[in-house]
Write a protein that binds this ligand. Sequence first.
Ligand SMILES: NC(=O)c1ccc[n+]([C@@H]2O[C@H](COP(=O)([O-])OP(=O)(O)OC[C@H]3O[C@@H](n4cnc5c(N)ncnc54)[C@H](O)[C@@H]3O)[C@@H](O)[C@H]2O)c1
Ligand SMILES: O=C(O)C(=O)C[C@@H](O)[C@H](O)[C@H](O)COP(=O)(O)O
Ligand SMILES: [Zn+2]
Length: 360
Amino acid sequence: MKTLEVDLGDRSYPIHIGTDLIDQAQLFSACEKATSIYIVSNTTVAPLYAERLTKTLEKLGKPVRTIVLPDGESYKDWKNLQLIFDDLLKYGADRQTMLVALGGGVIGDMTGFAAASFMRGIRFIQVPTTLLSQVDSSVGGKTGINHPLGKNMIGAFHQPVAVIADLNTLKTLPARELSAGLAEVVKHGAIADAEFLSWIEVNAKALLACDTAAMAHAVLRSCEIKSAVVSADEREGGIRATLNFGHTFGHAIEAGMGYGEWLHGEAVGCGMVMGADLSKRLNFITQDEVNRLTHIIQSMNLPITPPKFGAQRYMELMQVDKKTEGGQIRYVVLEKIGKAQIKSVPDAQVIETLTATGAV
Ligand SMILES: NC(=O)c1ccc[n+]([C@@H]2O[C@H](COP(=O)([O-])OP(=O)(O)OC[C@H]3O[C@@H](n4cnc5c(N)ncnc54)[C@H](O)[C@@H]3O)[C@@H](O)[C@H]2O)c1
Ligand SMILES: O=C(O)C(=O)C[C@@H](O)[C@H](O)[C@H](O)COP(=O)(O)O
Ligand SMILES: [Zn+2]
């Protein structure tokens, strides 16, 4: 097992990465002060892992309950968030209750937001079970739900007290979900570590085969990159926005298609192709580099052609992005492979990208 720390002063926490971690009660030591523990999971993940995790948590001598939500991005909303509060209140949760998010990014984001707001804030642990949640969403404390008009529009920054990433849970993950997770892995290389991007390129086959050693490296390096950025800029005043590479276009695809039609990772993969094209138009990277990144994304079995919503609809969907300031949409672009920056770009150049990539 490898452990790294997200360094945030008195809100610092460990990320544990290894195999069979959900059976190890000592990793959940933050629950020692808890009055009760609620696992929050969904109808797919709970039957696979909730019983094992319950046995582990019961060793800590606390009452353990499981709340099971419907599965899917389309349920990441107010109505289904309320189901968590309903059970917490029904069964007598209090301010010392610990929530444990068992699932992918949807469960992690919703459980985190429930923890941020229940009784004005309780603690929670992330047990991510998708590649995407292990390399990205379980770390950094962005929690929330979607609004029909925009992705993750309602939420809070609320850090977990621990992240426990059990690589063996990835063995039951469908191939399409694995590919979606690889999009965020590629993102970390593209924005912060050119050498890591080359490693991803060389190890694409092992990654797609869910080889444990390859997964361990992808999760560890991604968590190192993300935790360094989050430690430097927890609330996205500056550098944290670079973690949004591919997301201005990607979130527009997710909302425009209807949540759940394209997986988040698929939309981000395609969004990065568009972001790379935009970076080339700003004379930052070359067409060869755009082609290389596009090829890497395609080799992960991710779509590279966006839906044809037309320029006006894309601009409308992107306008609500959380990076927009004073009506100006700001895009994450690649200064070079391994380094990103955030920039306002004239609409005309963005429309050129939309046209060139097939969105118009
Ligand atoms: N908070 C953040 O920083 C952050 C970062 C990236 C993404 N996100 C959010 O995360 C969400 C996407 O997360 P995701 O890709 O994990 O999707 P997800 O949570 O919908 O999980 C994907 C699918 O895999 C299933 N699943 C989960 N673990 C499994 C396992 N071990 N075996 C079999 N099936 C399993 C789930 O039930 C679901 O059907 C989006 O809502 C996105 O906005 C948040
Ligand atoms: O942690 C971050 O910061 C990220 O941007 C990571 C993204 O991969 C993630 O999808 C995040 O939820 C997007 O944030 P948002 O603020 O654009 O909703
Ligand atoms: Zn993302």
